[in-house]
Design a binder for this molecule. Structure first.
Ligand SMILES: C[S@@+](CC[C@H](N)C(=O)[O-])C[C@H]1O[C@@H](n2cnc3c(N)ncnc32)[C@H](O)[C@@H]1O
Length: 375
């Protein structure tokens, strides 16, 4: 078990982690199985070109009877019920953007017309808020630990998980994920430059312009379709200096042969270049601006381009994508557009409402999602 193996190296301990258990025992996570109650079922049209990204259509392997799930409930209950109902090992990609431990994560700020409004938490949100924050960072870590263990159980062998956080707790969660998923399955610490504006006031520390996205996989054999960015004009000018008789631009690179006196040059044509491989510094995706078509006015909404990059890289068409903190539904909307199957949940009714509307609008028809709720 990854947990056991990694205890040799390091382990994060928080107040109460081993209450009731001897140190070193596996912490049992309660797994209630609550039935899902269908609130609404809507049928999806299989319309060609219905996607926002028209190059993607429902793939061959998309089961005809598949129903995407949008679930209104605490994700701990959702995930344990999914596991009990046979979903363990079936999810190919998980993206989560949980509260960042800023203390204000459960008040939903949004906009109605031009007016900015704050929506107070409902009773369930408030209860979750109290459970999560009342014991400070220790209770946050317990909350994340329980959920990440359930996510590991849901992930397929070829699956990946991306956890979006920032400086508040990102480093703690990294160490916790080493324990749960295995240090050897840690693939990337992605830095996303979220803020692209300029600040005039320096303040008393360097202002925060980045988030971190931790990528772990379930095993060593995982899906990864790397992404490429177009070459810049400057790079083309500098590197692709030659043009052949047919007008094709190319660059050359030295290739050492067996003897050090024999050097060959390989030729690389510009029109055959895929571009530059994207690394772990993502500075080319801006936060969602208020005049963007995807803008939902949900305060913590993440850009579709961010999810597009993650979903294309770490899942194949027809596979299952899960977001346990779906908020305004960015992951689900992009998964839908890219021909992936999806499951999402949120404990906020408001978030479910925004997501449902967004998914319905996406197909510009009344028939898309299935909304389920727990008793
Ligand atoms: C940062 S937002 C996610 C934003 C989302 N990525 C987007 O693009 O809109 C976090 C969401 O997690 C939800 N949440 C917090 N704790 C939860 C829990 N225990 N179960 C389900 N959802 C939860 C909140 O209601 C909130 O909508």
């Amino acid at each position: 078990m990854a947990e056991e193996k990694n205890k040799r190296y390091v382990e994060l301990v928080w107040a109460g982690k081993y209450d009731k258990f001897d140190k070193g025992d596996k912490i049992p996570i309660e797994k209630p199985n609550l039935p899902f109650q269908v609130v609404e079922t809507v049928n999806k049209p299989r319309v060609k070109g219905a996607y926002f990204y028209p190059e993607y259509e429902y793939p061959e392997n998309y089961p005809k009877d598949w129903e995407n799930l949008l679930i209104w409930s605490d994700n701990k209950l959702v995930m344990s019920s999914l596991i009990k109902q046979g979903w363990a090992g079936k999810i190919n990609l998980i993206y989560i953007d949980p509260p960042f431990f800023t203390g204000a994560d459960f008040t939903i700020r949004t906009r109605l017309g031009d007016e900015r409004i704050e929506k107070e938490p409902s009773i369930i949100e408030e209860r979750a808020y109290r459970d999560t924050w009342s014991g400070g960072i220790a209770s946050y870590l317990k909350y994340m630990y329980e959920r990440l263990v359930l996510m590991r159980d849901l992930l397929a062998e070829n699956g990946s998980i991306y956890v979006h956080l920032d400086w508040h707790v990102g480093h703690y969660v990294k160490v916790m994920m080493d324990e749960i998923f295995g240090y050897e399955n840690f693939r990337n610490d992605i830095t996303w430059k979220r803020y692209h504006g300029a600040k005039n006031n320096a303040g008393r520390k360097w202002w925060e312009e980045t988030d971190n996205i931790l990528m772990f996989t379930k095993s060593d054999s995982y899906i990864f379709n790397g992404d490429f960015k177009p070459l810049s004009d400057e790079y083309i000018k500098k590197e692709y200096k030659f043009t052949d008789g047919k007008g094709r631009r190319y660059r050359t690179a030295r290739r050492q042969k067996a003897s050090k006196y024999q050097v060959e040059r390989n030729i690389y044509y510009l029109d055959e270049s895929k571009g530059v491989a994207v690394g772990n510094l993502w500075y080319d995706i801006s936060h969602v601006v208020s005049n963007a078509p995807e803008y939902t006015a949900f305060f913590t909404q993440k850009p579709e381009a961010l999810l597009k990059r993650i979903i294309l890289a770490s899942s194949n068409p027809g596979e299952i994508v899960f977001d346990a903190f779906c908020g305004s539904g960015t992951t689900l909307a992009v998964a839908e557009k890219l021909g992936r199957r999806w499951i999402g949940c949120d404990l906020s009714k408001f978030a479910i409402h925004v997501t449902r509307k967004r998914l319905l609008d996406l197909h510009n028809s009344k028939d898309l999602v299935e909304v389920k709720n727990e008793r």
